[in-house]
Write a protein that binds this ligand. Sequence first.
Ligand code: FAD
Length: 464
Amino acid sequence: MKPEIIQKLKEIVGKDHVYTGKADLFCYTYDGSFSQDKPVMPGVLVLPGSTAETSEVIKLAASYGIPVIPRGAGSNLSGGTLPTTDCIILQMTRMNRIIKIDKRNMIAVVEPGVINGKFQKELAKHGLFYPPDPASLEFSTMGGNVAECAGGPRGVKYGVTRDYVLGLEVVLADGTILKTGAATMKSVAGYDLTRLIVGSEGTLAVITQITVKVLPKPEAEQTVLVAFADLDQTTDTVVEILARGIIPASFEFMDKVCVENIESYIPSGLPLEAEAVLLIEVDGPQKLLQEQIAEIEKICREKGAIQIRSASSVEERDKLWQGRRGVFGAFARNYATILAEDVTVPRDKIPEAVRKVRELGEKYGIQTAVIAHAGDGNLHADILTDERNKEEMERVNQLLAELFQAAVDLGGTITGEHGIGLSKAPFLPLESGVEGMRVMKAIKEALDPQNILNPGKMFGDRSW
Ligand SMILES: Cc1cc2nc3c(=O)[nH]c(=O)nc-3n(C[C@H](O)[C@H](O)[C@H](O)COP(=O)(O)OP(=O)(O)OC[C@H]3O[C@@H](n4cnc5c(N)ncnc54)[C@H](O)[C@@H]3O)c2cc1C
């Protein structure tokens, strides 16, 4: 990066917020994704402290045609923050203020660098909560959550990030500051620019302020863990519980391989003969929960459950969640590399999708496991492998290509929450078709004609 540009960046954000050292920059050659390519060094790391500074940095980048990679915690799993050579990494974590929690209107306003989990804790002090709960909530940022449209276990009942974002302040590729949406529960004024930016993975604008709706914190939660010796019984149970009008706050599924790995790591009494387990959590008024749990247990028994364990205290609940939370740790003891894919299918297609994952694992000689947010059909097809084994990685790549095609064939999507980034860019046309790619590219070109915002992400190298 030219010294004159570094000097100008220091004048905008202050010299303490610009990093050019090799060791510092090397830390930004990777993110939460698995990349088989050689690390690419960015040109400079810049941490703006305000919307005005963000705008000035982007104006400068636009005047020199320098790529800008917006970044939060870098926890994305799709290569969404991997640099291009000599780019500016625009890390938004200094902008980390909770600007407003407005209980009367049930809204909150935050800067993009606020950590989701910290926001949740602040809201809880006001008797409120923000439903999107990615498993990364202890470290991922609200800006990253919005840019990826993050989801989590509570998605089945409460939806995902896009269902809570009411308005945004963003900086466009020429430095223009734009406000979208309104701090109201309704607004149909013009095109829905807020939704366009949500999930745009830093390719259309840099998010500098987020207005979200929040909800009253449920009075209580109750959890039940159920094991089945048969896969179809498990998914029939999911469909039946929802059909009887009970919408659990979480509906987690883990297959046999997960159970075996968990039991060898943190033995928690899961039956090894289980083909799958469901972790079901309901929330709401205490009185209603007891009735719902009784009904859920009845349905599970009818469907042939081989073990049912319920918890009502916080300690018991934590114990039931222990296995689910520890499953990646359990895998990590036995496998060097874990690829957590997130294909999503219509809920009643889960058995087919799980079988497909197993079948592909057998075909390519790769160990697989499935965790799913079963209520919304979001599968985490985990590929348990070793990236140092190049020949095996070839087979993994073939497996993934077939898996993405299978998800689309089942009427689903190649990604329910992790985004396209670099790693799934070659597969987006499978789902969007040429027409979809052209419309998206037209939007990108209209908002970012120089292609400086997160270039290469989503579209790959191909022109549409
Ligand atoms: C252990 C683990 C568990 C996870 N569990 C889940 C899960 O349950 N659900 C889920 O959805 N995801 C999950 N993820 C993925 C990841 O945490 C989410 O995608 C998260 O939203 C990324 O937030 P971040 O702050 O790390 O963003 P980053 O990774 O830094 O960035 C993500 C994307 O957003 C863009 N971006 C970041 N900030 C801005 C901004 N201010 N303006 C514009 N663009 C921006 C980046 O350019 C990039 O494209 C998990 C990841 C890990 C490592």
